[in-house]
Design a protein around this ligand. Structure first.
Ligand code: ADP
Ligand code: MG
Length: 179
Protein backbone atom coordinates (compact mmCIF):
# COMPACT_ATOMS: atom_id res chain seq x y z
CA UNK A 1 0.00 0.00 0.00
CA UNK A 2 2.74 2.43 1.06
CA UNK A 3 4.80 1.13 -1.85
CA UNK A 4 2.06 2.02 -4.30
CA UNK A 5 1.59 5.47 -2.83
CA UNK A 6 5.30 6.23 -2.94
CA UNK A 7 5.53 4.94 -6.49
CA UNK A 8 2.64 7.16 -7.65
CA UNK A 9 4.52 10.15 -6.26
CA UNK A 10 7.74 9.16 -8.03
CA UNK A 11 5.87 8.74 -11.32
CA UNK A 12 4.20 12.13 -10.88
CA UNK A 13 7.61 13.80 -10.58
CA UNK A 14 9.02 11.78 -13.45
CA UNK A 15 6.16 12.92 -15.68
CA UNK A 16 7.03 16.56 -14.99
CA UNK A 17 10.42 15.92 -16.60
CA UNK A 18 8.84 14.51 -19.75
CA UNK A 19 5.98 16.98 -20.30
CA UNK A 20 7.26 18.25 -23.64
CA UNK A 21 7.43 14.71 -25.03
CA UNK A 22 4.04 13.38 -23.96
CA UNK A 23 2.23 14.16 -27.23
CA UNK A 24 4.96 12.50 -29.26
CA UNK A 25 4.99 9.45 -26.97
CA UNK A 26 1.20 9.19 -27.21
CA UNK A 27 1.32 9.14 -30.99
CA UNK A 28 3.87 6.33 -30.96
CA UNK A 29 1.70 4.26 -28.64
CA UNK A 30 -1.32 4.88 -30.89
CA UNK A 31 0.63 3.71 -33.95
CA UNK A 32 1.73 0.58 -32.08
CA UNK A 33 -1.80 -0.16 -30.89
CA UNK A 34 -3.36 0.37 -34.34
CA UNK A 35 -1.02 -2.24 -35.80
CA UNK A 36 -1.60 -4.74 -33.00
CA UNK A 37 -3.31 -7.94 -34.24
CA UNK A 38 -5.71 -7.88 -31.29
CA UNK A 39 -6.77 -4.35 -32.16
CA UNK A 40 -7.01 -5.11 -35.88
CA UNK A 41 -9.26 -8.12 -35.34
CA UNK A 42 -11.36 -6.57 -32.56
CA UNK A 43 -14.89 -5.53 -33.39
CA UNK A 44 -15.67 -4.02 -30.00
CA UNK A 45 -12.98 -2.08 -28.17
CA UNK A 46 -13.20 -0.29 -24.87
CA UNK A 47 -10.84 2.67 -24.87
CA UNK A 48 -10.61 5.60 -22.47
CA UNK A 49 -10.58 9.36 -22.97
CA UNK A 50 -7.28 10.64 -21.64
CA UNK A 51 -6.62 13.23 -18.99
CA UNK A 52 -3.79 15.62 -19.96
CA UNK A 53 -1.21 13.41 -18.23
CA UNK A 54 -2.26 10.12 -19.83
CA UNK A 55 -1.57 8.54 -23.22
CA UNK A 56 -3.87 10.42 -25.58
CA UNK A 57 -6.19 8.04 -27.45
CA UNK A 58 -7.93 10.54 -29.73
CA UNK A 59 -6.12 9.33 -32.86
CA UNK A 60 -7.87 5.97 -32.51
CA UNK A 61 -11.17 7.44 -31.33
CA UNK A 62 -11.30 9.62 -34.43
CA UNK A 63 -9.91 7.03 -36.81
CA UNK A 64 -11.97 4.00 -35.89
CA UNK A 65 -15.32 5.00 -34.47
CA UNK A 66 -16.98 4.30 -37.78
CA UNK A 67 -15.31 0.94 -38.42
CA UNK A 68 -15.38 -0.57 -34.91
CA UNK A 69 -17.68 -0.32 -31.94
CA UNK A 70 -15.72 1.92 -29.56
CA UNK A 71 -16.75 2.22 -25.93
CA UNK A 72 -15.64 4.69 -23.28
CA UNK A 73 -15.95 4.40 -19.51
CA UNK A 74 -18.50 6.42 -17.59
CA UNK A 75 -17.93 6.79 -13.85
CA UNK A 76 -20.94 6.41 -11.58
CA UNK A 77 -20.07 6.57 -7.89
CA UNK A 78 -17.64 3.76 -7.16
CA UNK A 79 -18.35 1.94 -10.38
CA UNK A 80 -17.62 2.40 -14.03
CA UNK A 81 -19.56 1.18 -17.05
CA UNK A 82 -19.00 1.48 -20.80
CA UNK A 83 -21.04 3.65 -23.16
CA UNK A 84 -20.77 3.70 -26.97
CA UNK A 85 -18.63 6.48 -28.37
CA UNK A 86 -20.41 8.29 -31.18
CA UNK A 87 -17.95 11.09 -31.90
CA UNK A 88 -16.32 13.96 -30.03
CA UNK A 89 -19.46 16.11 -30.24
CA UNK A 90 -21.35 13.73 -27.98
CA UNK A 91 -18.88 13.97 -25.09
CA UNK A 92 -19.48 15.85 -21.88
CA UNK A 93 -17.33 16.34 -18.79
CA UNK A 94 -17.90 13.69 -16.16
CA UNK A 95 -16.39 12.73 -12.81
CA UNK A 96 -12.70 13.60 -12.31
CA UNK A 97 -13.00 15.96 -15.33
CA UNK A 98 -12.92 13.00 -17.71
CA UNK A 99 -14.79 13.31 -21.00
CA UNK A 100 -17.64 10.79 -21.20
CA UNK A 101 -20.16 9.86 -23.88
CA UNK A 102 -23.82 10.29 -23.05
CA UNK A 103 -26.20 7.40 -23.49
CA UNK A 104 -27.30 4.16 -21.98
CA UNK A 105 -24.80 1.71 -20.49
CA UNK A 106 -23.44 -0.90 -22.89
CA UNK A 107 -24.40 -4.12 -21.12
CA UNK A 108 -23.12 -6.83 -23.47
CA UNK A 109 -19.80 -6.96 -21.69
CA UNK A 110 -18.95 -10.44 -22.97
CA UNK A 111 -18.80 -9.06 -26.53
CA UNK A 112 -15.95 -6.69 -25.70
CA UNK A 113 -12.91 -8.08 -27.52
CA UNK A 114 -10.30 -5.66 -26.22
CA UNK A 115 -10.00 -3.30 -23.26
CA UNK A 116 -7.32 -0.61 -23.49
CA UNK A 117 -6.35 0.42 -19.98
CA UNK A 118 -4.52 3.54 -18.77
CA UNK A 119 -2.15 3.41 -15.84
CA UNK A 120 0.34 5.28 -13.70
CA UNK A 121 2.88 2.47 -14.17
CA UNK A 122 3.07 -1.05 -15.56
CA UNK A 123 5.62 -3.83 -15.78
CA UNK A 124 6.27 -6.28 -18.59
CA UNK A 125 4.40 -9.04 -16.74
CA UNK A 126 1.24 -6.94 -17.03
CA UNK A 127 1.04 -5.68 -13.47
CA UNK A 128 -0.64 -2.31 -13.25
CA UNK A 129 -0.54 0.62 -10.88
CA UNK A 130 -3.52 2.94 -11.22
CA UNK A 131 -4.41 6.22 -9.58
CA UNK A 132 -5.43 4.43 -6.40
CA UNK A 133 -9.19 4.28 -6.69
CA UNK A 134 -9.48 0.75 -8.04
CA UNK A 135 -12.01 1.54 -10.79
CA UNK A 136 -10.38 -0.69 -13.40
CA UNK A 137 -9.77 -3.50 -10.91
CA UNK A 138 -13.46 -3.59 -10.03
CA UNK A 139 -14.57 -3.21 -13.64
CA UNK A 140 -12.24 -5.86 -15.06
CA UNK A 141 -13.04 -8.33 -12.27
CA UNK A 142 -16.51 -8.87 -13.76
CA UNK A 143 -16.75 -12.47 -15.04
CA UNK A 144 -18.11 -11.31 -18.43
CA UNK A 145 -14.76 -9.62 -19.06
CA UNK A 146 -12.61 -12.62 -18.18
CA UNK A 147 -11.98 -13.35 -21.85
CA UNK A 148 -11.54 -9.77 -23.05
CA UNK A 149 -7.95 -9.09 -24.04
CA UNK A 150 -6.48 -6.37 -21.83
CA UNK A 151 -3.78 -4.06 -23.12
CA UNK A 152 -2.24 -1.51 -20.78
CA UNK A 153 -0.80 1.57 -22.46
CA UNK A 154 1.69 4.02 -21.00
CA UNK A 155 4.58 6.36 -21.71
CA UNK A 156 8.02 4.69 -21.90
CA UNK A 157 9.11 6.04 -18.51
CA UNK A 158 6.05 4.44 -16.89
CA UNK A 159 7.22 0.96 -17.87
CA UNK A 160 8.99 -0.30 -14.74
CA UNK A 161 11.01 -3.37 -13.84
CA UNK A 162 8.36 -4.45 -11.35
CA UNK A 163 5.13 -2.95 -10.05
CA UNK A 164 3.82 -3.94 -6.59
CA UNK A 165 0.42 -5.58 -6.69
CA UNK A 166 -2.30 -6.80 -4.34
CA UNK A 167 -4.60 -9.78 -4.71
CA UNK A 168 -7.36 -7.57 -6.24
CA UNK A 169 -5.16 -6.13 -9.00
CA UNK A 170 -6.21 -7.34 -12.43
CA UNK A 171 -3.29 -8.23 -14.69
CA UNK A 172 -2.96 -7.01 -18.28
CA UNK A 173 -2.34 -9.51 -21.08
CA UNK A 174 0.14 -7.08 -22.59
CA UNK A 175 1.55 -3.58 -22.11
CA UNK A 176 2.49 -1.17 -24.91
CA UNK A 177 4.63 1.92 -24.39
CA UNK A 178 5.46 2.84 -27.98
CA UNK A 179 8.92 1.27 -28.00
P1 ADP B 1 -5.44 1.32 -8.50
O1 ADP B 1 -5.65 0.00 -9.18
O2 ADP B 1 -6.34 2.40 -8.98
O3 ADP B 1 -3.99 1.70 -8.46
P2 ADP B 1 -5.58 -0.05 -5.97
O4 ADP B 1 -5.15 -1.30 -6.69
O5 ADP B 1 -4.67 0.48 -4.91
O6 ADP B 1 -5.87 1.13 -6.98
O7 ADP B 1 -7.04 -0.32 -5.38
C1 ADP B 1 -7.72 0.70 -4.66
C2 ADP B 1 -8.80 0.11 -3.84
O8 ADP B 1 -9.83 -0.38 -4.68
C3 ADP B 1 -8.40 -1.08 -3.00
O9 ADP B 1 -7.89 -0.72 -1.75
C4 ADP B 1 -9.67 -1.86 -2.85
O10 ADP B 1 -10.34 -1.48 -1.68
C5 ADP B 1 -10.50 -1.43 -4.03
N1 ADP B 1 -10.72 -2.56 -4.94
C6 ADP B 1 -9.93 -2.95 -5.95
N2 ADP B 1 -10.43 -4.02 -6.58
C7 ADP B 1 -11.57 -4.33 -5.96
C8 ADP B 1 -12.57 -5.35 -6.14
N3 ADP B 1 -12.46 -6.26 -7.12
N4 ADP B 1 -13.62 -5.35 -5.29
C9 ADP B 1 -13.73 -4.45 -4.32
N5 ADP B 1 -12.83 -3.46 -4.10
C10 ADP B 1 -11.76 -3.41 -4.89
MG1 MG C 1 -5.06 -1.81 -8.66
Amino acid sequence: MADKKALRKILKNLKQQHLTHLADYSERVMQQLMKHPRFCSARTVMLYHALPDEVDTRTILQGFHESKKLLLPVVDGDTMYPVCYAGADGLCIGAFDIREPQGKPFTELSTIDLVVVPGVAFDAAGHRLGRGKGYYDRFLAQPELANAYKIGICFPFQMLEAVPTDIHDVCMNEVLCGE
